[in-house]
Design a binder for this molecule. Sequence first.
Ligand SMILES: *Cc1c(COP(=O)(O)O)cnc(C)c1O
Length: 373
Amino acid sequence: MRKQNNNEMEKRYIEVKNLTIERTQTPKSKPEKGQKLGFGSVFTDHMLLMNYDVGQGWHDARIVPFGPITMSPAATCLHYAQETFEGLKAYRAEDGRVLLFRPEENFKRMNRSNERMCIPQLDVDFCIESLKELVLLEKEWIPTDAEASLYLRPMVIGVESRLGVKDADSYLYMVLCSPSGPYYANGLKPVPIYVEEKYVRAVRGGTGDAKTGGNYAASMRAQHIAHECGYSQVLWLDGVEKKYVGEVGAMNIFFVVDGEVLTPELDGSILPGITRMSVIELLRREGYKVTERKITIQEIADASDAGKLQEVFGTGTAAVISPVGHLKWGDKVMTINNEEIGPISMHLYQELTGIQWGRIQGPEGWSMEIGRM
Ligand SMILES: *Cc1c(COP(=O)(O)O)cnc(C)c1O
């Protein structure tokens, strides 16, 4: 066992050694403590790139100064949206440890998305090792403010120059780093959600369970309308009957009905969230009854009428836990827990953020220490 581990380590070491690093000559000033960061608009000094070409496989992994990339205007990603992405964060613990949360789950999921989009598989170990190098190089960029973190965006795009509709022969893998503020600048607050009845995000057999840009392109119209009506997010129903609950924007959704925690089953049209999976595991360990099944929006409305809909919350890397204050479905408005944060939502938020920022010990393997400040 030990021997095998050593070999593994050696192999990784050799692979990461193939990563070249070109440092920037013009480092930017890092965010100050207390500076409002928002989400995803500030980028660090460096990024990671790696190419793929048929016959060659993945090659030329490199960390280079952050900046524009060049590609053909006929690149397949620009025309036919052949791309996948991921989202995770690097956290700075109070004692100076630099932590990642279950990163192997992100790269395993990226490979499942890649499979769906005909993009070549990545080496999960190499992705994690090279990510560590990048994050440690950029560690001064990890914000020190409470609940702020360094958001990491791995992505793969098809870059072959050809207008014919076919999966590309060449790809570019990239990782961008963006210091981001707390999702809720004014603290955790229940959000109003609009149940979308006209547009759909995904259908069974489509790409709803792949993390790919096209799903977002398809969702923007409804999101735009919901915003104009004062709602922060859209709750998607299934694409066939518009009867079953799917997910919310970039979050999975949970309901607490009469003490039982319910969430839609993974039917191929919703994104298998890592926060979703972690919430289910945490609650089950604590003895809660958690059920993954088909859930109709009608039964949620009925539970609300009967006074049994205790909590509704979304889960995702960006917000962690997002309590829902009310749900609008056609003419019906369901108010949840008096628009206050429910006890399970609050508990999960504290538990997950505690594990992510290294304040509490989570289940084995959830928190990966990659270095120190
Ligand atoms: C990324 C994403 C989620 C949340 O997944 P996490 O792994 O928990 O961050 C949920 N829905 C969609 C559509 C997503 O793209």
